[in-house]
Ligand binder design. Structure first.
Ligand code: SAM
Length: 351
């Protein structure tokens, strides 16, 4: 399968070439203009991908061969993809579960989920083989039991946010493009980051920055940022830079990213969801069932490692990853967003 499941141009492709969309400059700058790439012809999409970028409105699945090797999907088996996103991993799994298998997809994002379902349906994956559930993966046991599934043969979780979410400035995740300081994966629940920050006291903010992003300047930043109202992502980024004016550009950029990450984790209560998911996991897997988890920062990886180690020593898991898996240098080069990814896996004991 081509990466990102996007059609690859071929010499025999009968589709006439459509000219690349025209923008005011050399490249599309605004998200709405970039988003046009989504409906573009295969040659345009291939060009965007070859330049190391992700076409707007899409997501490139990470470590696909490694995940398929770990999950080893077979015809007739049952899979749960707890972080459906664009459906890139799901599409690969579904192709290998046929005939007779099925996949249960979960995602908390009410904006992207319907688009993904439509895309997968258009690829021919009907209700009998693929169902989608807009819910937090902490509730996986309830979803499975609601479908009459006692245990899955394989479970995948690809943590964090999708490229569609990061690249859409209206979602408020972007450090590069200005937008409302929101950061909710499900904008129908909880409070936006702007409100959370305004409600968070200095000590609590310092702890949040340390625990969620290992931020070395947590105390200094919390003295400036706590209980302040920043309406937009740019306002917050500027306030972070102004607090630490002596940092070079690279360190300042990294600091902005870490503060955004810490806030995003808090806004979406990501660690509570992950902890509950890890506790529930063994009960959601059949004996011999496999689980693969992709993490993107140390706070996530530490939790997964600890849960798998504990499960291995108490006999819940018969095997676990001995070391962490990383994307190949080629994948990191072709898709820089894959660079921080870490893969861990476990196998549920048979007895
Ligand atoms: C990195 S993306 C997954 C991309 C996907 N593997 C693909 O190939 O397209 C992570 C997705 O998980 C979802 N997500 C994050 N935390 C979640 C949670 N606690 N429950 C359910 N979905 C969650 C996000 O909304 C996002 O769509």
């Amino acid at each position: 399968m081509p990466e990102d499941n996007l059609p690859t141009p071929s010499a025999t492709d009968a589709t006439p070439h459509v000219r690349r969309k025209r923008y005011s400059g050399k490249n599309p700058r605004r998200f709405e203009e970039k988003y046009k790439e989504h409906g573009s012809d295969a040659a345009t999409l291939a060009k965007v991908i070859a330049s190391g970028k992700t076409p707007a409105g899409t997501h490139r699945p990470i470590m696909v061969p490694e995940i398929l090797a770990v999950l080893a999907p077979q015809p007739g088996e049952i899979a749960a993809d707890c972080t459906l996103g664009y459906g890139g991993h799901t599409q690969e799994l579904l192709a290998r579960l046929a005939p007779g298998g099925r996949l249960v997809g979960l995602d908390t994002d009410p904006i992207e989920l319907p688009k993904t379902v439509e895309r997968l349906r258009a690829l021919g994956f009907g209700e009998a083989v693929f169902t989608a559930h807009r819910t937090n993966y902490a509730g996986l046991p309830q979803v499975l039991s609601g479908l009459g599934i006692e245990g899955a043969d394989m479970i995948l979780a690809d943590l964090g946010i999708s490229s569609m979410q990061i690249d859409d400035p209206t979602r408020g995740f972007s450090v590069k493009m200005d937008g409302p300081l929101d950061m909710r994966m499900n904008p129908q629940r909880g409070v936006p980051a702007s409100v959370l920050l305004q409600k968070t006291k200095t000590d609590a903010l310092a702890t949040m920055l340390e625990l969620n992003a290992d931020e070395p300047n947590a105390v200094k930043l919390s003295l400036t940022l706590a209980e302040q109202h920043y309406a937009t992502t740019r306002q917050l980024a500027e306030a972070i830079r102004a607090t630490l004016p002596y940092l070079g550009k690279e360190d300042a950029d990294l600091t902005v990213r870490r503060v955004f990450q810490a806030l995003r984790i808090a806004v979406n209560d990501e660690f509570s969801a992950l902890d509950m998911f890890l506790r529930n996991l063994p009960f959601c897997l059949k004996p011999g069932g496999r689980v693969a988890i992709l993490t993107f920062h140390s706070g996530e990886d530490r939790r997964v490692k600890k849960a798998f180690d504990a499960g291995y020593y108490d006999g819940t898991y018969s095997d676990i990853a001995k070391s962490v898996g990383r994307p190949t240098p080629e994948e990191q080069h072709s898709n820089p967003r894959s660079a921080p990814a870490k893969l861990r896996w476990a196998v549920r004991a048979k007895a």
